[in-house]
Design a binder for this molecule. Structure first.
Ligand code: IVH
Length: 669
């Protein structure tokens, strides 16, 4: 295939894939199977690999993201990103309408939209291609998070049709649907990472991540609700939204023109109830004057447009009786009080349990067993208790006494300075902590030991076969096979799973150890920085703190873990068993780049990820920012400010051909 033929096929494939993406993610109405879609994608990926010069950022293959981040550039908004005036009352809404009515002799109409609860984003397109995606920031300037936004599949990278302005901006909300949010939090809890409080925090936190590959996995979505700027080829907001939809943007179908304020109020009342069945959070309705000419006439105050207002829904609450409080012990020993409630219906589901967070929260609310309590769904998996109806309190109720010993092993609880939670310090003797650590070790993102699910770990522990993860590797087939629900086949399966886990790469082994605060990402960063467990164990606090994203808390926790004798014994045991305690030496092709640190910038002929891998395979390191210790800046086209920085620091700038020479021609990267 010649490059010209390839270009024709690549263009056709991109168009097709964009269209199917739109049908799937924007319209929720796919017309081909996932399998057929994957085939198109694979063909495109194959061609782009063969003809790297034809790769470009708007290609649908680029939606998977990359873990090589440059940080975010600060960008000034062409039109400031304002907020909206808001109200909780219909009365104030009528006052808003009276102000509008006073301004005009002529008729006017409103557009009502849902108020999506996420993070606002400004998208800039030039010639139909997404160029920038800027967060709200302080309203005047924000961060360009384009690498992350490219992974949001309902945002077009390339617009459809040809009647869009040459350069223009749209604004909308990036949000995390309930299904993605719940999945994300389940994973975070499993990995002992703090779950997000609600989908809004999850969406804005995700948008600011430095690893767009991770962003791609988090299932973000969006709605477009505004096209700022004058001189657009439309006379009304509603028209601009219809055009945006035709160009491929996701515009909510729950958008309605209303001829007067009564129609607006009807819309609001309908959605106050109906929003509960939407798959994402909304916190109100936005009411906008439709005509652009009238919008212009009304103008803006310093902070908000005069032509729009947000009506905010009240958070849903239910009143029910607090029956009792359970105390759960997590794998790190953290205690969480959970309320058992008289079942009550709230936001579409029946609630029986609610979080009480910690001892301070209980004291603050002065909640007592037998109280009538208000529960609210803040988007968390488990609802929370937000207040007590004191008027309904029976005088005989006693203040709640927080537990002082572990409910599982009776060890006195401790509360560390600066921590909101109580802990059971009996790490090696408290059953839920022991079992929790082993479950974590075996879990999919850690050692991924097939056959060793939560219940099996529980069973092995109860039968006295395991007390630490080290014991797993001395299990014998006969010991497992004679347990209830087990047999030869499942025993073999587990042993095979354990054997396979010896090939699991070092970063995951490190994560599997369950060092407090060392989640998946931190484990990877530590593994990359130190290369081996030996080096990590010998690291000084200063060296640990130098690692990206490692702060005092993580450094302290790692030092404490490696300092404990029982952990050292465990690590020795795991080393003898043959777990991978260093970055795989097999992957090394040469040591030509040993001791050299590279920073990569600009557009290169192949993805940065590949360059990073190549550099590492030849013994070099890749850093994200230039410093005095950078050896070379590998620069492609449109390299930007890093070049100046390199020159200032006397760091040599090289291109792709020069780095290949460094690696030496005989090593074919
Ligand atoms: S219009 C100049 N429409 O609410 C007016 N905003 O409190 C621009 N929001 O920052 C905003 N849904 O992030 C508009 N349908 C909608 C919206 C919406 C959510 C957010 C947006 C804005 C905030 C204002």
């Amino acid at each position: 295939m010649t490059i010209r033929e390839a270009k024709i096929r690549i263009d056709a494939l991109r168009k097709k894939i964009d269209e199917h993406n739109r049908r799937y993610y924007v319209e929720s109405a796919p017309v081909i199977s996932d399998f057929e879609f994957d085939l198109l994608m694979q063909e495109l990926q194959g061609l782009e690999r063969k003809f790297p010069e034809l790769v470009n950022v708007a290609s649908p293959t680029q939606r998977v993201g990359s873990d090589l981040s440059e940080g975010f550039a600060q960008v000034a908004h062409r039109y400031p990103m304002l907020s909206l005036g808001n109200t909780y009352s219909e009365g104030e809404l009528r006052e808003f309408d009276a102000r509008i009515a006073k301004a005009f002799d002529e008729a006017y109409e409103y557009v009502c939209e849902l108020k999506f609860d996420g993070a606002s984003i400004s998208l800039i397109y030039a010639d139909g291609t997404l160029q920038r995606a800027v967060t709200r920031g302080d309203g005047v300037q924000g961060d360009d998070v384009i690498a992350n936004v490219r992974t949001v599949r309902s945002i077009p990278l390339q617009l459809q049709g040809d009647n869009f302005p040459k350069e223009f901006e749209v604004r909308g909300e990036i949000l995390m649907p309930h299904s993605s949010f719940e999945k994300l939090n389940r994973e975070r809890e499993k990995q002992d990472e703090v779950p997000f409080a609600n989908p809004r925090n999850a969406a804005s936190g995700t948008l600011k991540m430095l690893d767009s590959k991770e962003v791609a996995k988090r299932g973000l979505d969006n709605f477009i609700y505004y096209m700022p700027g004058y001189g657009l080829p439309f006379s009304s907001h509603y028209e601009s939204l219809q055009a945006a939809r035709a160009w491929g943007f996701k515009v909510s179908e729950h958008t309605q023109k209303c001829s007067d304020i009564n129609a607006v109020i009807t819309f609001i009342r309908r959605w106050d109830a109906a929003r509960k069945s939407l798959p994402y959070d909304t916190d109100g309705v936005v009411v906008k004057v439709n005509s652009f000419a009238q919008q212009r006439a009304l103008g803006f105050t310093a902070k908000t447009p005069r032509w729009a207002i947000a009506y905010k829904f009240k958070a849903e609450q239910a009143l029910t009786k607090l029956l009792s409080v359970d105390y759960q012990v997590g794998r790190t020993g953290a205690i969480t009080p959970v309320a058992n409630l008289e079942p009550v219906k709230l936001a579409g589901t029946v609630v029986k349990r609610a979080s009480l967070h910690n001892a301070d929260q209980i004291a603050l609310l002065d909640v007592r067993i037998g109280d009538m309590v208000y529960v609210e769904k803040g988007g968390e998996i488990i609802p929370k208790i937000v207040g007590v109806d004191a008027s309904k309190r029976d005088e005989t109720l006693q203040p709640l006494q927080y537990i002082s010993v572990c409910p599982e092993c009776s060890t006195p609880l401790v509360r560390l300075e600066g921590e909101a939670k109580h802990f059971c310090p009996n790490e090696s003797g408290c059953p839920p902590q022991i079992v929790g650590r082993i479950i974590h070790f075996a879990s999919r993102k850690a050692m991924n030991i097939e056959g060793l699910g939560d219940e099996t770990v529980e069973l092995l522990y109860k039968n006295g076969l395991i007390a630490t993860v080290g014991d797993l590797y001395s299990l014998r087939k006969s010991q497992i096979a004679r347990l209830e629900r087990m047999g030869d086949k499942s025993a073999e399966n587990i042993l095979q799973g354990l054997e396979n886990s010896k090939k699991v790469a070092f970063p995951r082994v490190l994560f599997a150890l369950g060092i407090r605060y060392v989640g998946e990402t931190t484990a990877k960063k530590l593994a990359d920085a130190f290369g081996s467990l030996d080096a990590l164990q010998n690291a000084t606090p200063e060296q640990l703190l130098e690692v990206d994203e490692v702060g005092e808390q993580i450094a302290k926790s790692a030092l404490a873990f490696f300092g404990e004798e029982k952990n050292q014994l465990l690590l020795n045991k795991l080393r003898e068993v043959g777990l991978c305690f260093a970055t795989d030496a097999q992957e090394r092709i040469s040591s030509e780049l040993e001791g050299l640190t590279f920073v990569i910038t600009g557009t290169l002929s192949r993805p940065r990820e590949e360059w990073k891998q190549a550099i590492e395979q030849h013994g070099g390191k890749v850093a994200s920012a230039i410093s005095g210790s950078t050896s070379y800046l590998l620069a492609g086209e449109k390299a930007g400010s890093k070049i100046q920085k390199a020159e200032k620091l006397r760091v040599k700038v090289i291109n792709e051909v020069q780095i290949l020479e460094l690696i030496s021609k005989k090593n074919n990267v």
